[in-house]
Write a protein that binds this ligand. Structure first.
Ligand code: HEM
Length: 460
């Protein structure tokens, strides 16, 4: 380990892993400020030398996870590279070949597998998303617009006057003070703890997850160190990012609930059954009958639950979005699936104007979520959850049912709400979420970033 890297061995007892926090990008491990404003930039590298100059200029701007500045108070920049981006920087072929196959293919090539069909298919994606032109992804997040502008200016200085590097896409984003996103639900509550990071997770009942599930180069939940891109200096302390621009059809969603419910109260209940939480964030597992906004707002309590006493889903349906995405002990009971192999850090944000409360007509605005996944195993984490748990119902005994909110529905799907004396089944679920595009990225550690910046001198 080089001398400028210090490690942390924290929180999680004697078996915990020493993480090289000084070499891991801050945005990978730390929670964001709340609320925040932010901007995503995508860049294309037309000329290798200019690309490396860009990386050199970015090196001092990207903070590490051990930075002394308070992540809740300060703005930060994160960087990721697509497969095409690494190629454009001149990463040698044998190294490129050592990256995860789905990363090498790119998201557009994974569309059918991921359920990105119909209106969500790559042919309809916003340009340049999903195209080989996307090389570098920058995200800048800040608690206020002043700091955001300062950091954006630093990012601008990293790429301006570099004729071989072009900004090809910009997307502003934000988190509301309530934490609510376009459908009205508080989001970003459920987060696992990464062993050795010193950053607590949000569910006290979930033991920290092995660092190798999220950071390359460390033992993971299988007990061994997973595949890591070569050479080690490039792979170690890096991770994979998945970003997806997901347009939300909020008016269609509200109209659907209005048509299925006899009252506003029932509307709220059906909406909560689809998500697994009330709009306030309060989990159905703890308050199945009515919303409890105090609970929803309470960070120590709003994720402190399991499903073991509700295996049949009378409180929270097995098909609800959050329960599908993290079934917790409901699946561990069957001992067939190890839920800990399918966890993810989520760094999603909102974009576009909120549709005013109560409005049922579509105003034509583009709004939704920039979904961001962080994990060392994009296939068995992001892709598994998306394909096996959100887009398929075999694991809950309802093969034909997809996630009612975020699943790839096509107007024919159903959603079962267990209740006594007879279950309720919502019919003809339309798609409420449309994929506008996205990409798989690799977020290198800081040492790897310097390696990428100097690549030409090393490889001649
Ligand atoms: C526009 C699309 C989506 C919306 C509106 C949405 C919304 C939500 C909401 C409201 C929650 C509950 C709050 C929380 O627990 O943090 C949640 C939880 C979650 N979602 Fe999504 N989501 C979307 C897409 C996805 C996708 C594509 C995935 C994964 C492939 C995903 C994975 C998760 C996970 C892992 C949780 C936490 C579950 C838990 O730990 O209990 N979501 N989402």
């Amino acid at each position: 380990m080089s001398s400028d890297l210090t490690s942390a061995n924290t929180m999680t007892g004697p078996a915990s892993t020493s993480l090289e926090l000084g070499d891991i990008q801050r945005g990978v491990l730390h929670h964001r400020p709340s609320p925040y404003v932010g901007t995503y930039l995508l860049l294309r590298i037309d000329n290798r030398e200019a690309g490396q100059k860009l990386v050199r200029r970015l090196c001092p701007v990207i903070e590490s996870a051990q930075s002394s500045s308070d992540p809740a108070q300060n703005a930060s920049i994160s960087v990721g590279f697509t497969y095409q981006g690494l190629r454009a920087l001149g990463v040698p072929q044998d190294s490129l070949a050592s990256f995860a196959p789905e990363f090498r293919q790119g998201m557009a090539a994974r569309a059918a597998e991921l359920g990105d069909v119909g209106d969500s298919s790559p042919g309809h994606w916003e340009k340049p998303l999903g195209s080989p032109e996307v090389h570098v992804a920058l995200s800048v997040l800040s608690p206020d617009t002043t700091q955001l502008e300062i950091l954006l200016d630093r990012a601008r200085r990293a790429h301006e006057e570099l004729t071989g590097v072009q900004v090809i896409w910009r997307q502003d984003c934000y988190q509301l003070p309530t934490g609510r996103t376009s459908f009205g639900f508080k989001d970003g509550i459920g987060q696992p703890a990464v062993e050795g990071s010193g950053i607590p997770g949000t569910n006290p009942e979930e033991q920290p997850i092995k660092a190798g599930e999220f950071i390359l180069g460390y033992p993971d939940e299988t007990g061994s160190v997973g595949p890591m891109p070569a050479p080690e200096v490039l792979g170690r302390n890096g991770t994979y990012l998945v970003f997806r621009k997901l347009h939300t059809r909020v008016a269609a969603y509200r109209q659907y609930l209005r048509a299925k419910a006899a009252s506003r109260e029932e509307e709220a209940l059906l909406g909560a059954k689809m998500v697994g939480r009330w709009q306030s964030g309060a989990p159905l597992a703890l308050c199945p009958e009515r919303d409890d906004p105090g609970l929803g707002a309470h960070p120590d309590r709003n994720n402190h639950f399991s499903y073991g006493d509700d295996l049949r889903g009378f409180k929270c349906p097995a098909g609800a979005h959050a329960r599908r995405a993290n079934p917790r002990d409901a699946l561990d009971h069957e001992m067939t699936v190890n839920v800990r192999l399918h966890r993810m850090l989520r760094r999603g944000t909102s974009y576009g104007p909120i549709l005013p409360y109560g409005v049922l007509e579509d105003d034509g605005a583009d709004r939704g979520i920039i979904f961001v996944f962080v994990g060392a195993h994009p296939k068995r984490q992001f892709e598994f959850v998306k394909t096996q748990w959100l887009n398929d119902g075999i694991f809950i005994g309802a093969p034909a049912e997809k996630d009612p909110l975020a699943g790839a529905n096509d107007g024919t799907g159903t959603f079962t709400i267990p209740q006594r004396p007879i279950r309720r089944r919502l019919q003809s679920l339309p798609p409420f979420v449309i994929t506008r595009g996205g990409e798989y990225c690799f977020a290198p550690g800081l040492r790897a970033l310097r390696w990428l910046a100097e690549l030409d001198t090393q490889n001649g």
